[in-house]
Design a protein around this ligand. Structure first.
Ligand SMILES: CC(C)(COP(=O)(O)OP(=O)(O)OC[C@H]1O[C@@H](n2cnc3c(N)ncnc32)[C@H](O)[C@@H]1OP(=O)(O)O)[C@@H](O)C(=O)NCCC(=O)NCCS
Length: 188
């Protein structure tokens, strides 16, 4: 997944300039392609639409050169942003796209007076666990047999603006949220 012999810093500078914006209906074919290439048990178009019809669900995409390279679906809960689905196109991985999307989400926390980001990761999805750890999330609990398809456990990972000592695996240092104005700050 790395960029081989290409200068990584050069690659990052030239390819990292993604625009992150709300998902619109027209993005759906590209989002579905990324979803199918990313997950064995992929969401269908109906799953996406059903989710995005909920008032508290938001779709975000990362776009580069008019091409969708990543997406994230999250829901606005009372004190949390809960990530439901998130993937970067295989050809755009390890170029900082996922990191920028998580940073965007972290920046929304203080704006929306929510303090925590939570998500579930499959126990077998080590790449995602390492990625989220790198972004400052910590594993906080295990949901046994959470996934109906494989009966796998889920690791709940969370990022808290104001961390306390209760998290059971404090394996990452915290990243600081940077407050920036943004458009969906007061949604739901
Ligand atoms: C997880 C995922 C979103 C990461 O997106 P990405 O754009 O490739 O991540 P980034 O390039 O921003 O990575 C930032 C850092 O995270 C870590 N990281 C990312 N992918 C990693 C991997 N496969 N293995 C180990 N560490 C990884 C690295 O520290 C990386 O920095 P580096 O490239 O300088 O080493 C992407 O791999 C993906 O879409 N996976 C399939 C779908 C999925 O599992 N989604 C999550 C469901 S919970």
């Amino acid at each position: 997944m790395s960029s081989g012999n290409t200068s990584r810093s050069g690659l990052r500078r030239s390819q990292c300039d993604v625009q992150i914006r709300w998902m619109i209906r027209r993005d759906m074919p590209e989002v579905l392609d990324i979803e199918r290439l990313s997950f064995e048990f992929a969401w269908t178009e109906e799953d996406f639409l059903c989710c995005l019809r909920q008032r508290n669900c938001i779709g975000m995409v990362a776009e580069r050169q008019e091409r969708i390279v990543g997406f994230m679906i999250y829901e606005l809960l009372k004190s949390q942003l809960h990530v439901l689905n998130f993937a970067v196109a295989p050809w755009s991985r390890r170029q900082g796209v996922g990191r920028q999307m998580v940073e965007k989400l972290v920046n929304k926390l203080s704006q929306q007076r929510r303090e925590e980001i939570t998500l579930e990761v499959r126990e077998t999805n080590l790449a995602a666990q390492l990625f989220f750890k790198q972004q400052g999330l910590c594993a906080s609990s295990v949901l046994r047999g959470h996934y109906e398809d494989t009966d796998e456990d889920a690791y709940v990972m969370s990022y808290n603006l104001y961390p306390c000592d209760e998290q059971i695996i404090p394996f990452a240092s915290r990243k600081k949220a940077i407050e920036q104005p943004d458009s969906d700050a007061e949604a739901a």
